[in-house]
Design a protein around this ligand. Sequence first.
Ligand SMILES: CC(=O)N[C@@H](CC(=O)O)C(=O)O
Ligand SMILES: [Zn+2]
Length: 292
Amino acid sequence: YQLLNIPARRVAIFGGTHGNEMSGITLVNLWIKNGKEIQRKGVETKPFITNPRAVEKCTRYVDTDLNRAFTTENLSAPSGDDLPYEVKRAQQINEIFGPKGSPDAYDVIFDLHNTTSNMGCTLILESSKDHFNLQMICPVLLTEHPLLKYSTSRSVAKHPIEVGPQPQGVLRSNIFESMRVCPLTIDGLCCVGLEFPPCSVDVFRVWDKMDYPRDTNGNIIAMVHPNLQDCDWEPLNPGDPMFQMFDGTTVRYEGVGTVYPTFINEAAYYEKQQAFVTTRRETLVAGAIKKA
Ligand SMILES: CC(=O)N[C@@H](CC(=O)O)C(=O)O
Ligand SMILES: [Zn+2]
């Protein structure tokens, strides 16, 4: 089998990519004050607030979604005062932690997010080719998709990663604590002498996004069906209820075969015309990892 060396020398932990997702913001601010919990021998770990103006206002973003702003177009735009705040910020972040796609980029970025959906603690990966050892006790969402790709903050790193979930502007102790274990995974990435055998990992690969039913003016005319609400990661089969129209009728899922919905009724996705994401289950084989 393939032996991979991943010399994770520089790891960044981002909070506040969305300024109303409180767990990551709180943790990163704690770690900026006192970094003991995240320091590891031979590794530079940098806690960083990515969107301070949105954090100050406790809003997702000020001008545009920072977690969609890391496009080549934005990153190469001539800098100027007329650029949206988050585009300027993306350029600065790319300078510090990138440049994206270059050998100088940080090895890993943990970008800490919250979701209003009932997803539990979730690791979101962008590539099935990142042979990290994924023997995690949480669901893995794989966003690798030819059309539904978006340009995230974490994509600046060579091996991007992220964690989740809770309501906007709220700090809940259970969610805070479940996110606090995130730096433990640094041990798996960085510590000299650690080895991982090859293993197989079940992931949920993004399949499609589903919008709410709308009238001709674009207004939402249904809610997520009670049978689907909070059922993230559970199977949705053809014929299963999906939406409850305001007139009381039920809209059923009509796709082909079983999907596993997630980000169900995520507050931040109303503006993105997205009621939930469907995924398909898939098994990935992760190569062995041997530390340099
Ligand atoms: C609720 C939320 O912000 N979720 C993240 C997911 C991700 O980072 O892939 C986002 O849409 O940017
Ligand atoms: Zn977020």
